[in-house]
Design a binder for this molecule. Structure first.
Ligand SMILES: [Fe+2]
Ligand SMILES: [Fe+2]
Length: 296
């Protein structure tokens, strides 16, 4: 992917690096357990001090400018019929790995290694097999980039559309340029939604999370689907925004999303993964939950 006006990031990793700037790692890590941790908002403190780098700020500006309810509805129509191709999970991992960006290949690990780092950290923590598998696949929705979607429509913090944008979203002032701010119906806290209707009723900004959720929703247990669907929703899982849209199921399952975040965000290391050596373990794990091919 070439850096240009609609793709200001040298690589998708720049957004994740900015998450690390915003949410530096807390010292406590969770040990082996069957359920999610009880980590609450605020344990990993928020870093207000430093500024995002210019390319990342520009990325947020584009994201906030163009993610409207109409845009998301359009993308859902385009992608959620899942008629782009049929691929295995492993095939999708290899396909995602063909994403070449402008960053220095000596610095950024191939996509497949980020997936394996996440999965291996979950495995080492003694978590259930479906959880390890969730770590392995959670970013496969980034293949949207290979279908010419701009960076701001693939990654970035996600948030509800069709209601007032929370000021707890990073660089929320950039929403002033979003046409939805001129639609009075979308400018109340609830917008087009009912109080505590549950996130399943809420249209989220478009990106790799929502897309992958629809690809895998018939195959994995509810906590796994929540992690996949909302792992980029930092306004909710880290900032506690939009509580008036959540129902009790959301609140319960968001504990899993917060739990997953430690493995997603804080496992990015320079340490290389031996993909060939790990492959047999993961192929077997994939085949426990998925058929040979699924629709994308
Ligand atoms: Fe992600
Ligand atoms: Fe990730």
């Amino acid at each position: 992917m070439k850096t240009n006006e609609s793709n200001p990031l040298g690589s998708l990793d720049e957004w994740e690096d900015d998450l690390l700037r915003r949410y530096p790692q807390s010292t406590e890590q969770n040990g082996p357990q069957d359920g999610p941790s009880h980590q609450q908002d605020g344990k990993s403190f928020r870093n207000y001090a430093a500024e995002a780098r210019p390319s990342v700020k520009e990325f947020y500006r584009l994201n906030h400018r163009y993610q409207t309810l109409d845009f998301v509805r359009e993308k859902r129509k385009q992608y959620l019929s899942l008629d782009k191709r049929r691929m295995s999970i492993w095939g999708a991992m290899e396909y995602l790995n063909t994403l070449i960006d402008d960053s220095d290949p000596d610095i950024d690990l191939p996509q497949i290694e980020h997936l394996m780092q996440t999965a291996e950290a979950i495995r080492k923590a003694g978590r259930p097999r479906w959880y390890i598998l969730t770590g392995l696949i959670h970013d496969l929705g980034k293949i949207l980039c290979l279908w010419d979607e701009p960076q701001w429509a693939v990654v970035g913090d996600t948030f509800p559309v069709g209601c007032r944008f929370s000021e707890r979203i990073v660089y929320s002032e950039a929403f002033d340029a979003n046409p939805d701010t001129d639609v009075p119906e979308y400018q109340t806290d609830l917008g087009i939604y009912e109080k505590n209707c549950g996130l399943d009723q809420v249209v989220m900004s478009w990106g790799h999370d929502e897309y992958l959720y629809h690809v895998v929703k018939d195959y994995l247990p509810p906590p796994a689907l929540y992690m996949i669907r909302y792992h980029s929703c930092y306004p909710i899982h880290h900032e506690g925004a939009y509580d008036y849209l959540l129902n009790d199921t959301d609140r319960e399952l968001f504990r899993w999303v917060r739990d997953f975040n430690q493995y997603d965000l804080y496992t990015k290391r320079d340490e290389r993964m031996d993909v060939a050596a790990l492959r047999p373990f993961y192929q077997e794990l994939i085949s426990e939950y998925f058929p040979a091919e699924i629709r994308w």
